[in-house]
Design a protein around this ligand. Structure first.
Ligand code: ASP
Ligand code: MG
Length: 399
């Protein structure tokens, strides 16, 4: 039995917490399982490091930035290793590079390309607990890379996949996946199980339990995930294939505050314009989410799209270089609210209830997008939390 256990920033936020994590890992080791532990930086550390670099430059050098950011996870890895050793357990701490995690060279958002498991397997075979620094790897030049914010989840899932682990447990400071953020709606309930696809939508729609790329990868590699708290022994939420569970109509409501809207007015309505705009954004690695284009009028049209708030500056710079984008408006006082459930595939009318519910509260919907299992709506940020609460009620998620 091989278990990968990942501990997030708050779980390792203090020396006492790191000691508690060591004890938790020991419990698992004593149960007879081999354990690979993946750790995040102590909470707040990565933000602090980002701030340090921004003191000097808005767009700091990628190689240097990754050297800086990756240090946070290395501190935790070393401390947990020292703690486990001190408790009499054979343990080795590895950076991403030492663990064989190879990535492309897109600094600060690198993708894992492959994992050379030779060292990992040898350490496990020797009976050692292996602690790996999350969020990082190495490119083929030998430069340290990082995987994007929240990337330690991705490290854990990738390692679980490469090592064919029986289970990947993601420890955080919440008990699992809830029908919505309990800080916004007190009546939110913990879900026992959820499908990869729903989790994917919840994560990409802003439910911050798991990083979305890690869920995509878990689905692809069929890694069984459990997300649970490191602060208690409550059972968490299992994330697995959909056919293992009965389809509920709506499983959750998500709120994504990290959104900004870009609106291009009077865009020439001819073939190739959308391609030009979105190719330019793609070249900057900007993640465009929702897109709407109006029906053209007098040879021009309006085009709106959303990007992550922290990529808005780069989007602005990109738009300024495009002749197609003459009149551009930017709005970062918006949020995305999403209703999610696999049951929507086979039921109609699910969206109507969402629209009616927001209308009743006088909340204007600025953009809408739908998929088989999701309805997303952009609304003014001051109504975001209210929208979550009324939708949670409307779909009876507290029942
Ligand atoms: N420390 C990194 C971050 O804060 C990676 C992680 O915690 O997953 O984004
Ligand atoms: Mg994190």
């Amino acid at each position: 039995m091989l278990i990968v256990q990942k501990f997030g920033g708050t779980s390792v936020g203090t020396l006492e917490r790191i000691e508690a994590v060591a004890n938790r890992v020991i419990e698992t080791k004593n149960s007879g399982a081999d354990v690979v532990v993946v750790v995040s930086a102590m909470s707040g550390v990565t933000n602090q490091l980002v701030e340090y670099s921004e003191y000097f430059s808005k767009h700091p050098d990628g190689v240097a930035t990754d050297m800086l950011l990756s240090s946070g996870e290395q501190v935790t890895t070393a401390l947990l290793t020292i703690a486990l050793n001190a408790k009499g357990y054979a343990c080795v701490g590895l950076t991403g590079a030492m663990a064989g995690i190879m990535t492309d060279d897109v600094h600060t958002k690198a993708r894992i390309e492959k994992i050379d498991t030779t060292r990992l397997k040898a350490e496990l075979k020797a009976g050692r607990i292996v602690v790996v620094a999350g969020f990082q790897g190495i490119d083929d030049k030998g430069d340290i890379t990082t995987l994007g914010r929240g990337g330690s989840d991705l490290s854990a899932v990738a390692l679980a996949g490469a090592l064919e682990a029986d289970l990947c447990e993601i420890f955080t400071d919440v008990d699992g996946v809830y029908t919505t953020d309990p800080r916004i709606e007190k009546k939110a309930k913990k879900l026992e199980k959820i499908s990869y696809d729903e989790m994917l939508e919840l994560a990409s729609a802003g439910a911050k339990v798991l990083q979305n790329r890690s869920v995509e990868l878990a689905k692809k590699l069929n890694v069984k995930l459990i997300t649970r708290s490191s602060f208690n022994h409550n059972e968490g939420t299992l994330i697995a294939k959909e056919d293992n569970m009965e389809a509920v109509l709506v499983s959750g409501i998500a709120l994504d505050k990290n959104q900004a809207r870009v609106t291009l007015r009077g865009v020439v309505d001819k073939p190739g314009i959308a391609a030009e705009i979105f190719t330019a954004l793609a070249h900057q690695n900007i993640n465009v989410d929702m897109i709407i284009q109006n029906v053209g009028h007098d040879g021009t049209t309006n085009l709106g799209f959303t990007v992550p708030q922290n990529e808005l500056e780069l989007a602005k710079e990109t738009m300024q270089k495009l002749s197609a984008a003459k009149h551009v408006e930017y709005d970062d006082a918006i949020v995305k609210v999403s209703v999610i459930g696999v049951g929507m595939k086979s039921h109609s009318g699910v969206a109507c209830l969402a629209f009616e519910t927001l209308a009743k509260e006088g909340i204007n919907i600025q953009m809408i997008s739908t998929s088989e299992i999701k309805i997303s709506m952009i609304v003014d940020q001051k109504y975001g939390e209210l929208a979550v609460r009324v939708l949670h009620d409307a779909y009876k998620l507290d029942k």
